[in-house]
Ligand binder design. Structure first.
Ligand code: SF4
Ligand code: SF4
Length: 511
């Protein structure tokens, strides 16, 4: 790791509220998207001439479409309860990273253009005209928010800064200011089908190679099938699972579980990406376009169930939006949604998380494990923010916290939770979610990881924890890059199904 060009926060053993450092991360800016990148996802490639009127019109459109946004703009009483809840503020000390300040970037313009007092007495209510400088400030600080929703848990009015950030990004895109990282990836999904831009034949080759590797390691004929018409289960997983480390270890884990259960299942080359960055930029149209690939694949293949792999924001989109977006679950009313609802087996959740799937098999006694195979590991679990605060699992309250832990405890002997105030509903973001996972934002990623690193370090010191289990592709990519800045080894992070993969016992192929 090259020496960082910024100061890495020191681990102190306790979470401190930092001293205010005005403008501390004002220089941390995402690379902008080029014109061709913007064109693929339907936005202008540079600041449009009538940007002011267009931005205000878009804000009006969003305020009309989402009543919640108007409530969030009006309801804040500046009580301050959210100020020290954001990991980016805790790691940087920049007051503009306080959630209320992030919201105020939009609120001051909202007041000027959409409230009586702001129109006639702007100075009295802190209303401001939208300027080009202000747009640039939005671009900086709306891309220093991972849309993790932690602040909303502590707000007495439930104001959700993530939704404000999404609206801010959508307005920016509408006037031609887009972020390279997120928008380029959206374009790859539309053109090729997944975030990595992997064409179908490359995917099929990779899966074949993995089958050979698993056979060599276990002697079991585990298959990773693709595009199998008539399969019962469609597994949709983040494309990082196919290639990246440690993600691929979880992919192997899913395949072993499905094999042990004797399931009929398939991947799809059309739906080779569970991730959906449309949510990150607040773009309903892009989110729907990406989700439609999954519906098309499910209808083409005739599957009865859809299972989603380890990916936090993908699960949030699947659990919270797929129903009305594309008819996976009840909600969609167009003919294709209705057809899909008739096709899917109502005895199973639609969609279902891979942890729910594995947990159900564990409860039914259908999987055999040797936990001691994980005895070299002392494990903790990081609740991914999108799973924790944007979704559920199972039909039990808090299932999204219970089920992954139950799966882990079924396959390891040594498990310790991190401090209560840093897990479950109060979990801290990894620091790389919501469109922040790019190298140009490394400083904010490292600083934003501080609260999680403090909590992790405490269980490392106290219980000799040496493995942080994750159920999110972004958390895996973020932590492998960032934990070395805090003195940990990147092998200390991995997937929940990586642990399952280590402990599961499979029958060898008969000679
Ligand atoms: S990153 Fe999370 S805690 Fe910080 S402002 Fe955004 S939603 Fe709130
Ligand atoms: S906690 Fe809620 S009401 Fe209080 S300052 Fe933050 S956003 Fe405003």
């Amino acid at each position: 790791m090259a020496a960082p060009k910024f100061e890495v926060p020191k681990l102190t053993g306790y979470a401190e509220t930092p001293a205010l450092k005005e403008g501390a991360t004002a220089h941390v800016k995402s690379f902008p998207a080029s014109e061709p990148v913007q064109a693929v996802i339907g936005f202008p490639g540079g600041l449009v001439e009538d940007w002011h009127d267009k931005a205000i019109a878009k804000m009006g459109d969003l305020l009309g479409r989402y009543r919640s946004l108007r409530v969030f703009m009006d309801a804040c009483v500046h009580c301050g309860a959210c100020t020290d809840k954001c990991h980016y503020f805790l790691g940087s000390g920049d007051p503009k990273n306080m959630p209320v300040a992030r919201q105020d970037l939009m609120r001051q313009v909202y007041r000027r253009h959409f409230t009586f007092a702001g129109k006639y007495f702007p100075a009295l209510v802190g209303a401001k005209d939208l300027t080009e400088d202000m747009l640039q400030e939005w671009y900086t600080y709306y891309y220093q928010c991972s849309e993790c929703r932690r602040c909303s848990v502590f707000c007495p009015y439930g104001i959700d800064t993530a939704e404000v950030t999404m609206a801010g990004r959508e307005i920016l895109d509408t006037v031609g200011i887009g972020q390279k990282y997120t928008n380029e990836i959206m374009g790859k999904v539309h053109r090729i089908g997944n975030n990595l831009g992997l064409p179908g034949p490359a995917l099929a080759n990779t899966l074949e190679g993995l089958e050979e590797d698993i056979f060599d390691a276990t002697g079991a004929p585990v298959k990773l099938p693709i595009d199998v018409k008539g399969a019962e289960i469609l597994l949709v997983t983040p494309s990082a699972d196919f290639f990246s480390e440690p993600h691929v270890e979880s992919l192997i884990g899913y395949a072993k579980v499905l094999h042990a259960a004797g399931a009929s299942w398939t991947f799809s080359s059309k739906a080779s990406e569970a991730g959906n960055f449309g949510m990150f930029i607040g773009s309903y149209e892009n989110m729907r376009r990406a989700a439609l690939r999954i519906r098309e694949a499910a209808l083409d293949l005739g599957v009865k169930r859809i299972v989603v792999g380890e990916c936090g924001h993908a699960w949030r989109v699947a659990y919270s939006f797929w129903n009305t977006l594309v008819g996976v679950g009840t909600g969609g009313e167009d003919p294709f949604s209705i057809e899909l609802q008739k096709q899917l087996d109502p005895r199973y959740p639609a969609p279902q998380h891979i942890c729910e799937y594995t947990y159900e098999l564990i409860q039914q006694g259908k999987l055999k494990f040797d936990k001691s195979l994980n005895d070299h590991r002392v494990v903790t679990f990081h609740d991914s923010c999108n799973v924790a605060r944007g979704s559920r699992m199972g039909d039990i309250p808090g299932g999204q916290f219970i089920i992954p832990r139950e799966v882990i405890k079924a396959v390891v002997n040594n498990y310790y939770d991190m401090a209560e105030e840093t897990i479950g509903e109060s979990t801290f973001c990894c620091g790389g979610g919501g469109g922040i996972l790019s190298d140009d934002l490394m400083e904010i990623r490292v600083k934003g990881a501080l609260p999680r690193m403090e909590a992790f370090n405490n269980v490392v010191q106290e219980h000799k924890v040496n493995f942080m289990a994750l159920i999110c592709a972004i958390c895996k990519a973020q932590f492998t890059k960032v934990v070395p800045y805090y003195g940990f080894d990147m092998s200390m992070v991995g997937g929940v199904h990586q642990l399952v993969s280590t402990a599961i016992l499979l029958e060898k192929e008969e000679e």
